[in-house]
Design a protein around this ligand. Structure first.
Ligand code: NAG
Ligand code: NAG
Ligand code: NAG
Ligand code: NAG
Ligand code: NAG
Ligand code: NAG
Length: 659
């Protein structure tokens, strides 16, 4: 046991520990229990400098540590949260699935190259038996010549081409296509199609696209799912989560949002700037476009990447909701023109804020299929893609359940096509759900501020950039923000900077106070919301408020602590019964500013002295409803010396006073 504890606290290189754990797990299942205890105490004494392997991480977090503290560092402790906490359970139910209007009756189908008529579905349409159906294929596009750049809907401009008629199938030659079918001149059916044909790169001349440069670098794909907290991802998309974990994705537990809704959380990620700084940087007033803003995809463009920006809603577009979007075309692949037309003409199943279906298909599925199509088209080029889903997750806590199968399948497809071998995939959200009954609970308030992030690196990355990779693992339990994602993306532009020796050199620079720190560097454990650029209002780290030691809460918490200590030594008759003699200190661990009447727990940290032996103990106790419970473990703040000579167990040694 002692040897194990030593190796746990010393080893910084995780593979050794990983093997150790694996070996132990193979020998006896019960060892995990022991490891859990040993890890908790290591955390306690060494302040979470303990590296974690993904295996250990997973077992330990689900077993114990995560339920007491989400993260615990000298700079920030985020309270533990359970996905299926009693206060939350009542909000979780499988939603009635709104089905798309033409889900079973679409008259058309397609693959990457063709569109054809599904004659078996003609029966669902009211038309004369002896007349053949004909369809009209119309390509449309975003015109480059703009008549009125001051128009508020400049980003929605569109030009349709001439109709090409077909009566069975047609080869596709365009990116955006509208097909209308009917008989004589009576239209009966319209469907929109989004394709990802190979294009010349915008910033390069024709030569460059003919012979792409020999670039080193991974594809980088950031896929957002709007308004999903870390734990709501556990609750609603468990298959996707499991697939990510199986593939070795790293989860950021201490990822804290920096602004209220999507926009102020995406500008730090995409530009490294607070939304309020954009006025100065590139967006002088609300009626300006974003054309002059320093989006991170510009850097990827310059490095020879194809770039893509796609959102599954035009109405709720990140840069268009109450804003005017782009005048130029921001990326090589840009879906807005398509999504806007599709939404206006074949959007259906409007649910609160937005249409969730495009004809026969969910909008989110249109986006997923599009991302897959791009990866097929650009298999031999480099891609930086930023894609954002909002239609099914924005308004309702449980709707993401509908998407779980599709996202899992999407990941499997990318994996099976070997695309993930060369791709850094980041799946994340901007914040948790911002309204509804869950927001009247304390956990709901914290979840709103703690969106999910999973980072999946290709195996070759883990092998080549070992130190950077291990730093990322360590950072999964540090306080992190969208600003850090920005620095991380920039690091992926220059892989040379991620080599072990470079990372070691960069460690020595004084970056620790930066607001934006690459996740491939060690995020300082003393980072606070203040140094990370998180306003108090959004901060989920504990703030300490002194309590009078004579207060009722302090007394109750202290008594519960001593009761707990006695419970720990109860089965060891050689230890004395302990009595509370003094409360040395009592503090309340407050998180942000609770709203009046918010339902949830209070956490109180007390330091007490007991007799016999005058042991000084510190612990955090959580009070909920009428119950007190220990959060984490009990620390002993003074030496036990020879007081506990009669017991061997290292943890009992902390608490036992031998008769
Ligand atoms: C579509 O088909 C499925 C089964 O194939 C059925 O359960 C569903 O009700 C149908 N939906 C509509 C809108 O007709
Ligand atoms: C797409 O469909 C067309 C027409 O049915 C077919 O000829 C073609 O082989 C299909 N392409 C792929 C990649 O499946
Ligand atoms: C309908 O299509 C079939 C096969 O393409 C053709 O033989 C028939 O003449 C067409 N009927 C009419 C009314 O155009
Ligand atoms: C690209 O560069 C790598 C390493 O510099 C080299 O091994 C490879 O052969 C090059 N590929 C092409 C197509 O030039
Ligand atoms: C930290 O910020 C400074 C100034 O903004 C910058 O020069 C430096 O490169 C940053 N360091 C890192 C590691 O990002
Ligand atoms: C945090 O730790 C770094 C060294 O890792 C040190 O330079 C810095 O001053 C510390 N910051 C605070 C606020 O303690």
């Amino acid at each position: 046991m002692g040897q194990l504890a030593k190796s746990t606290s010393r080893a910084r290189s995780f593979p050794v520990r990983f093997r150790y754990l694996f070996l132990l797990a193979t020998i006896c299942g019960g060892c995990f229990l022991i490891l859990t205890i040993s890890n908790t105490s290591t955390i306690l004494f060494l302040n979470e400098e303990t590296p974690t392997s993904s295996l250990a991480h997973h077992r330990l977090t689900s077993a114990d540590a995560e339920e007491t503290f989400t993260i615990k560092t000298p700079g920030c402790t985020i309270p533990g949260l359970k996905p299926f906490d009693g206060a939350i359970k009542k909000f979780i139910r499988h939603p009635d699935i709104p089905r798309c209007r033409f889900a079973n009756t679409s008259l058309l189908d397609n693959n990457d190259t063709h569109i054809w008529i599904k004659s078996e579905n003609i029966q669902y349409y009211d038309m004369p038996k002896d007349i053949n159906i004909t369809c009209c294929y119309k390509a449309f596009y975003r015109p480059t010549v703009i008549s009125d750049i001051t128009s508020a809907d400049v980003d929605d401009r569109v030009q349709y081409e001439m109709c090409i008629a077909f009566d069975s199938y047609i080869e596709v030659a365009n990116e955006f296509v509208k097909v209308t079918c009917g008989f004589d001149s009576t239209p009966i059916y319209t469907q929109y199609f989004l394709f990802a044909p190979k294009k010349p790169m915008m910033t390069f001349n024709e030569d460059a696209t003919e012979t792409p440069r020999n670039k080193s670098g991974y594809n980088v794909i950031v896929m957002g799912i709007d308004a999903i907290s870390r734990l709501n991802f556990y609750r609603t998309m468990p298959k996707t989560l499991t697939y990510l974990k199986t593939k070795g994705a790293i989860e950021l537990l201490g990822y804290n949002k920096v602004g209220d809704n999507t926009f102020p959380n995406l500008t730090p990620m995409l530009m490294g700037a607070k939304d309020t700084d954009l006025k100065r940087i590139c967006w002088p007033h609300i009626s300006s476009s974003f054309d002059n803003c320093p989006f991170v995809w510009e850097l990827f463009k310059d490095a020879g990447y194809y770039t893509a920006l796609g959102e599954d809603s035009a109405k709720l577009g990140t840069f268009n909701f109450g804003k005017i979007g782009f005048i130029g075309t921001p990326t090589d692949y840009y879906t807005r023109t398509f999504m806007h037309e599709a939404e206006v003409h074949v959007g259906n199943k409007k649910d609160y804020n937005t249409f969730i279906c495009m004809g026969n298909k969910y909008f989110y599925q249109v986006l997923l299929d599009y991302v897959e199509a791009i990866t097929r088209t650009l298999k031999s080029s480099k891609l930086f893609g930023f894609f954002w889903e909002v239609t099914l997750s924005h308004d309702y806590l449980n709707y993401p359940m509908i998407m779980d199968d599709s996202y899992e399948q999407f990941l499997k497809n990318l994996d099976e096509s070997q695309y993930l071998d060369n791709t850094v995939l980041i799946l994340l959200s901007d914040h948790g759900i911002r309204w509804g009954d869950i927001r009247y609970t304390k956990q709901g308030r914290l979840e709103e501020r703690l969106p999910f992030v999973h980072i999946l690196l290709p195996p070759s990355f883990r092998e080549t950039y070992g130190v950077a990779y291990n730093n990322l693992i360590q950072n999964s339990r540090r306080l992190t923000t969208p600003f850090d994602i920005h620095a991380t993306l920039i690091d992926l532009l220059n892989l040379d900077d991620l080599k072990d020796d470079k990372i070691e050199a960069r460690r020595k620079t004084s970056y620790s106070q930066n607001k934006s720190i690459s996740l491939f560097l060690p995020i300082p454990s003393n980072r606070t919301c203040n140094t990370a650029g998180i306003d108090d209002h959004w901060c989920t780290c504990h703030k300490i408020t002194k309590l009078l030691t004579s207060s009722q809460e302090a007394q109750d918490a202290a008594e519960h602590l001593v009761k707990h200590l006695n419970m720990l030594v109860r089965d060891t008759p050689q230890c004395s019964y302990l009595s509370l003699v003094e409360i040395l200190e009592a503090t309340e661990l407050v998180v942000g500013e609770p709203r009046a009447n918010e339902k949830g727990w209070r956490e109180i940290m007390v330091v007490v002295r007991t007799l016999p032996g005058a042991g000084v103990f510190e612990a955090t106790l959580r009070h909920e409803d009428t119950q007190w419970a220990l959060a984490g473990t009990v620390s002993r703040l003074n030496l036990y010396g020879s007081q506990s000579h009669c017991v061997k167990h290292y943890q009992l040694k902390l608490y036992c006073y031998c008769h």
